[in-house]
Design a binder for this molecule. Structure first.
Ligand code: HEM
Ligand code: NAG
Ligand code: NAG
Ligand code: NAG
Ligand code: NAG
Length: 329
């Protein structure tokens, strides 16, 4: 009897081990190492180009990270963000002042991958790997990226406008939007931490400096000293100047985003809104004074990025593997 129990325990552990080592496909059909046999160098090729790119153009880390988020929230993570639509306007034309840039880097990566293993690696997966590498190369955490996404064939500006979150979104709107994508309140507060890197145009927050309620007033939830500093960079009516979202460390992925929010220095209303819900507020405050190494933020971020990367994916025989990321085959 005891022997049978032992044997059973052993078998159970063995099964568990095999399970873990093989990174089995999750419910959506994605898995870590999807290209291990078909294009073993895929991730190394992406990384090499990312290293080269960020060496000469460090500010591209922000937009290259953000693309995956914008891709996933519109029609799922299917590379639709990259398409030039033949009929009507594509996703990437939505709100031009939100200024996603770096598309030519994705094209460069795709070209290199097509040379190595033609027709194998999807544009949607490239965005997921690029988003991770942008974080790693700014001193943030590494996580295993699930791959196996296939590319969609449709890109529409209307879908983008109705799914992308504006910087003035309040906590209710944010929570509802994340929930509608199957993401939790924790994912919301954790993924917002991506604003630890990158820059923003004045257009996204100047209402908070000059005309918050239409009476020439400022946003009372934004620190008044910070408002004065921001006004020096964003004069009245200036839509296009860029400011660092995490002043002083916008090139470093770190936990300081939460410190800023706790000091009422979150740049967007959507950042400040994280203080308006008990769960997101608790996360912000508990990470506000954390030191790298003691904070769970890095680990949490990888987990939430994997969750985000599963939104509405096409797998198996769905969609296609584009040859060129800007157009359907
Ligand atoms: C929660 C809702 C979110 C809102 C309302 C929001 C809004 C914005 C806005 C308005 C900008 C400035 C864009 C510009 O002016 O060029 C921005 C930048 C950025 N966002 Fe978000 N964002 C959100 C969530 C996320 C998520 C989930 C990620 C990634 C996981 C992300 C990553 C970034 C990055 C890296 C930048 C810097 C881009 C650059 O340097 O050009 N954001 N975001
Ligand atoms: C896609 O559109 C951009 C500008 O919107 C253009 O620079 C690029 O050449 C186009 N690519 C293709 C394949 O049509
Ligand atoms: C949040 O914003 C939405 C849409 O603008 C609005 O309908 C709602 O009343 C706002 N909620 C709160 C609590 O301010
Ligand atoms: C971008 O510009 C459009 C109109 O051109 C405006 O409706 C929108 O609110 C602006 N977005 C931001 C983030 O300010
Ligand atoms: C502030 O907003 C109000 C209402 O939209 C508008 O009438 C006024 O011209 C704005 N003021 C400035 C300085 O932009």
């Amino acid at each position: 009897m005891a022997c049978a129990k032992l044997l059973f325990g052993f078998l159970f552990k063995l099964v568990l081990l095999v399970f873990v080592l093989h990174h089995p496909a999750n419910a959506q059909g994605l898995k870590v190492g999807f290209y291990a046999k078909t294009c073993p160098k895929a991730e190394a090729i992406v990384k090499k180009i990312m290293v080269e790119t960020l060496k000469v153009a460090p500010p591209l880390s922000g937009p290259l990270n953000r693309m995956h988020f914008h891709d996933c929230f519109v029609r799922g993570c299917d590379g639709s963000l990259l398409l030039n639509s033949s009929t009507g306007q594509p996703e990437k034309n939505a709100v031009p002042n939100l200024s996603i840039r770096g598309f030519q880097i994705i094209d460069k990566i795709k070209t290199a991958l097509e040379k190595q293993c033609p027709g194998v690696v999807s544009c949607a997966d490239i965005l997921a790997i690029v988003a991770r590498d942008a974080v790693v190369l700014t001193d943030g955490p590494f996580w295993e990226v699930e791959t196996g996404r296939r590319d969609g064939k449709v890109s529409s500006i209307t879908d983008a406008l109705s799914n992308l979150l504006p910087p003035f979104a309040n906590i209710t709107v944010l929570k509802t939007a994340f929930a509608s994508k199957g993401l939790s309140v924790k994912d919301l507060v954790v993924l917002s931490g991506a604003h630890s890197i990158g820059m923003s145009q004045c257009a996204a927050f100047s209402n908070r400096l000059y005309n918050f309620t239409g009476k020439g007033d400022t946003d009372p939830t934004l620190d008044s000293e910070y408002i004065e500093k921001l006004k020096l960079k964003c004069k009245l009516g200036d839509q296009t100047s860029r400011v660092e979202m995490d002043p002083g460390s916008f090139k470093t992925f770190d936990v300081s985003y939460y410190t800023l929010i706790s000091k009422r220095r979150g740049l967007f209303q959507s950042d400040a809104a994280l203080l308006d819900d008990s769960e997101t507020k608790a996360y912000v405050l508990s990470h506000a004074n954390a030191k790298v190494g003691t904070s769970s933020f890095f680990k949490d971020f990888g987990v939430s990025m994997v969750n985000m990367g599963r939104i509405g994916v096409l797998t198996g025989t769905e969609g296609e593997i584009r040859k060129v990321c800007t157009k359907v085959n």
